[in-house]
Design a protein around this ligand. Structure first.
Ligand code: SF4
Ligand code: SF4
Length: 372
């Protein structure tokens, strides 16, 4: 089970990383609506534009940008056969999302390309948009041809402040369209398709890039100094092989202070990662590999009654009450306190003055209540 690697306390104790976050928050001050609560900015910066290639140089043999020779049926077939999945952390089947929105009876259809990438540890989506925007635009054109949208919205940090958790799917929809999608509803059924920018790039690569292997880009970061680089990896690849390449690069041009695999974490972001273990593989949900000292939460401390968890929860959950109920194991009260609305963003844990990993406690409580 993944956990978050930082807390407000750990950031405040690290002057260098605190400075990175402060700068980021300054740049992304403007927030409208009811979701500014998490208030977390990046805690890493791109040290070098150099991309670590851990794929043995697998090339995407692009056939250019013209899709006029391809019929809609042909593009559906290619995307279906490519078996693409979301690369923004969900790992959800892309073709299923496309089929759902195509069948949706919604009167207006929207396509949101999620380039917000707000997790404090991730930089590769912004990097991809700088390098491959022409390809992403063709990917957008392909998806638009397949579905036929009323509106296509590119959600980039100039439209949506890059502050965690503004890029979360339902929060993004609310911010851009003012539409509320409950946890029981599926956005694509309501006529709203949200695809991460890297997923759109993978659609381009499948249709025009002749890519037979699933390649993805991830961020490699140093938790202690905030330095980061981009890496190109294969899905299904042994993480050991990727680590070897990262460490080889680090020998030539050091950017990581710690290279110990005892202090190595892999996951969908800094807000949800797990300790690296041998034999682990890179998956569609792997967006981050980082090295350094993770914050250790000590759940045994008493609640200080500060209310930060509730104030910072983007879903408006009365988290401090939920914590009490979980600690007393009163499982029957969880639902009325909105446990199902929790999006596992970790903002409560990040801000908790008592060092409680509330997100983990909620995950545990959900398992207790619903998986018995
Ligand atoms: S309760 Fe859930 S949604 Fe609210 S801050 Fe905590 S993890 Fe995020
Ligand atoms: S943030 Fe932590 S200490 Fe503060 S009220 Fe919530 S559980 Fe208690």
């Amino acid at each position: 089970m993944g956990t978050l690697l930082i807390s407000k306390k750990s950031i405040h104790a690290n002057k260098q990383v605190k400075k990175i976050q402060k700068e980021y928050l300054k740049q992304h001050r403007r927030i409208k609506g009811r979701f500014p609560k998490g208030k977390l900015g990046k805690v890493v910066y791109l040290d070098d534009n150099y991309c670590i290639d851990a794929t043995d140089g697998i090339q995407v043999n692009s056939k250019g940008y013209d899709i006029s020779h391809l019929s809609i049926q042909e593009m559906w077939r290619i995307i279906k056969e490519a078996d693409l999945v979301g690369l923004g952390g969900s790992g959800f089947s892309t073709i299923k999302k496309l089929e759902t929105i195509r069948k949706s009876a919604a009167s207006k259809k929207y396509f949101i390309i999620n380039g917000v990438a707000c997790d404090p540890g991730l930089l590769h989506d912004a990097w991809l948009m700088e390098k491959y925007m022409a390809e992403v635009n063709v990917g957008i054109e392909i998806v638009n041809k397949l579905v036929g949208f009323n509106e296509v919205i590119m959600a980039t940090p100039d439209k949506v402040p890059c502050r965690y958790p503004m890029g979360e799917e339902r929060i993004l929809i609310h911010t851009l369209l003012g539409i509320d999608i409950t946890s029981k509803e599926i956005p694509a059924e309501k006529g709203i398709l949200v695809l991460n920018v890297q997923t759109v790039l993978s659609i381009y690569n499948a249709v025009l890039g002749e890519q037979d292997q699933k390649i993805r880009y991830i961020t490699v970061a140093d938790l202690d100094t905030g330095r980061a680089r981009i890496a190109r990896v294969k899905m299904g690849q042994e993480a050991d092989e990727v680590l070897m390449r990262i460490l080889e690069t680090n020998k030539r041009t050091p950017f990581l202070s710690s290279t110990s695999t005892d202090q190595c974490y892999i996951g969908s972001g800094i807000m949800e990662a797990e300790k690296y273990h041998k034999g682990q593989k890179i998956s569609a949900a792997t967006s981050l590999i980082c090295f350094g000292k993770a914050f250790e939460f000590h759940n045994e401390e008493k609640c200080k009654g500060c209310g930060a968890c509730t104030r910072k929860c983007p879903k408006g959950i009365k988290v401090h009450k939920l914590v009490k109920v979980i600690e007393k194991e009163e499982w029957s009260k969880l639902e009325e306190l909105g446990i199902k609305e929790c999006i596992k963003c970790g903002c409560c844990s990040y801000h908790c003055k008592a060092g409680k990993n509330i997100m983990d406690m909620i995950t545990y409580a959900k398992e207790k209540k619903y998986e018995r």
